[in-house]
Design a protein around this ligand. Structure first.
Ligand code: NAD
Length: 510
């Protein structure tokens, strides 16, 4: 079978082994429970030991013990650990990017971008370690001081998804460590190697700055390991990133024990294209957002809501761009579309295309699987565009693949109503040169998403802003801005220095 030319599984195994060795991690060579695998060829790479119930118990106990020490460490000194981690991430950028490409199938520039995001969030968290501010509040009583103090929260359980196998960990971990928390990480079962590398670099950083080793513990395993974190009362905060299905299970279980959860779940992101949009900019923004990471970002553009006047020319230009997309080996620097994570992901895409057709949709371009040489277990797919008559059932669901639905509108009110009429609420954008339209889209009556953009696509957020979405996306905020507050607990302090006992609200007693 001809088609896409790929490296061999042996080449990828050697490359992964070399990257792990350079970061100082032990290359797994035996173990049961998990297998490291690559979507580039669909082959298994290494057997990986999964954590059992005893390992989980030991890790949580160790992280809890380390917390009692770490919370006493002054925040700027905690920042030194995060600074050292950032230095090591910079030093090993290429190694980490190799592992991300091997396990998640990301093209080179996106894998390097993911590591850069980790470096950036470390820089952010180092600054944060000197800015964990509380407020002082005007007291209604004379001789009293009213203030709010922020304290470390406890052990944070981080559960992460395959598609940002390292960045999501760093958003949580860099901020949690600066805040005085310790972390137990349960990464996706699909990405154990990059997890081993990140854990090793953090252990090296801890050794270098003299921080307790157990400020961070890694637990490899499937969802059963995640479930143990979810149910354990010693885990003060469960920060879980993944599908809405997962969040629906995790949220109520954590709430049942009055734990805190921070949920970053599925998206179904849309862009509105107005008649005044700059067509060149819109086409580039749409193609990156819809096709980048082979449509496997939570912020991937999945719905395009286009003004009727500009729909045909825009779809023509997008079709031409889609037909030229280089699909193939993500290590090849000319490739823009790498593999889907699995053949099951391709099956989901095909099923969605069939449903879209049954619901009146018309396939404009793409949707076919590309043969991949001698790698039948790999799933390379042509990104697809489907014109739909309206927001049908399949359009309201997240299909985690490069599948873009296009629908039309006549008035901006109609476009915003369509935009918001889905269960998810992660990312959104409008392409327009009309300031009134842009401001309306960003206003309280506009997009109902946690991220709303103008003249840029839905994906590729910077770490400085808080990241997260509303509705079935889970309501969490992570990374920048004041997202750190989720990783701390606030105490309100009233200090009476008056010598009199004055009660609030003029209550008199005794
Ligand atoms: P997934 O839900 O299958 O798995 C995510 C993680 O949750 C894995 O580590 C898995 O082992 C664990 N898990 C699953 N069920 C669990 C349970 N009942 N209890 C505890 N842990 C459980 O998701 P995936 O396929 O790895 O990732 C793709 C999904 O993640 C998409 O829906 C995507 O939109 C979403 N995602 C969201 C964000 C965001 O920030 N909003 C970021 C990345 C990915």
């Amino acid at each position: 079978m001809n088609g896409i030319v790929l490296p061999s599984a042996d080449d990828l195994r050697a490359r992964a082994r070399a990257a792990l060795q350079r970061v100082g991690a032990t290359v797994p060579d035996r173990g049961t429970g998990l297998r490291a695998r690559t979507p580039i060829t669909g082959d298994d790479l290494f057997p990986v030991p999964a954590a059992g119930a005893d390992d989980t118990e030991e890790a949580i106990a160790a992280a809890r013990a380390a917390f009692l020490d770490w919370r006493r460490t002054p925040a700027p000194r905690r920042g030194e650990l995060v600074r050292r981690l950032g230095e090591l991430l910079r030093e090993h950028k290429e190694d980490l990017a190799d592992l991300i490409t091997i396990e998640a199938g990301k093209i080179r520039s996106e894998a390097l971008g993911e590591v850069q995001e980790m470096v950036d969030v470390c820089d952010f968290a180092v600054g944060l370690s000197r800015q964990l501010y509380g407020r002082t509040i005007a007291s209604e009583r004379p001789g009293h001081r009213l203030a709010e103090t922020w304290h470390p929260l406890g052990v944070v359980g981080v559960i992460s998804a395959f598609n940002f196998p390292a960045a999501v960990w760093s958003w949580n971990t860099a901020v949690a460590l600066a805040c005085g928390d310790t972390v137990v990480w349960k990464p996706s079962e699909l990405t154990p190697l990059i997890s081993l590398a990140c854990d090793r670099l953090l252990a090296r950083a801890a050794e270098d700055v003299g921080a307790p080793r157990d400020v961070h513990r890694l637990l490899l395993g499937d969802r059963s390991v995640g479930e143990r974190l979810v149910d354990d009362p010693r885990i003060a905060l469960v920060s879980a990133t993944g599908s809405t299905r997962m969040g629906r299970e995790v949220g109520p279980r954590v709430a049942a024990r009055f734990g805190r959860s921070l949920l970053e779940l599925g998206g179904n992101n849309a862009a509105v294209v107005a008649p005044s949009a700059d067509p060149d900019l819109a086409v580039r923004g749409i193609v990156f957002a819809a096709v980048g990471t082979a449509g496997q970002r939570c912020t991937t553009l999945r719905r395009l809501i286009v003004h009727r006047e500009v729909a045909d020319p825009l779809v023509d230009r997008l079709t031409a761009a889609y037909q030229k997309l280089p699909i193939g080996d993500p290590f090849d620097r000319s490739t823009l579309v790498g593999p889907l994570i699995s053949t099951a992901a391709f099956d989901d895409m095909r099923a969605a295309l069939d449903r879209a057709r049954d619901e009146g949709g018309e396939l404009i371009v793409g949707g076919e699987r590309r043969p991949a040489g001698s790698a039948p277990g790999a799933a390379y797919v042509e990104p697809a565009i489907v014109r739909v008559p309206g927001q049908t059932d399949v359009v309201r669901e997240e299909t985690f693949a490069p599948l873009l639905y296009v629908m039309t509108y006549d008035t901006l009110d109609e476009a915003i109503a369509l935009h918001n009429d889905v269960p998810q609420g992660l990312s959104s954008s409008i392409f327009t040169r009309d300031q009134r339209e842009a401001e309306l889209f960003l206003s309280a009556e506009g997009s109902d998403c946690g991220i709303a953009n103008v003249n840029i696509g839905t994906s590729g957020a910077e770490i400085g802003g808080a990241f997260g979405g509303e509705k079935e996306t889970g309501g969490g905020r992570e990374s920048g801005s004041d997202a750190w507050r989720a990783y701390m607990r606030a105490a309100t302090n009233t200090v009476n220095y008056s010598g009199q006992l004055a009660l609030a609200q003029n209550v008199s007693f005794l």
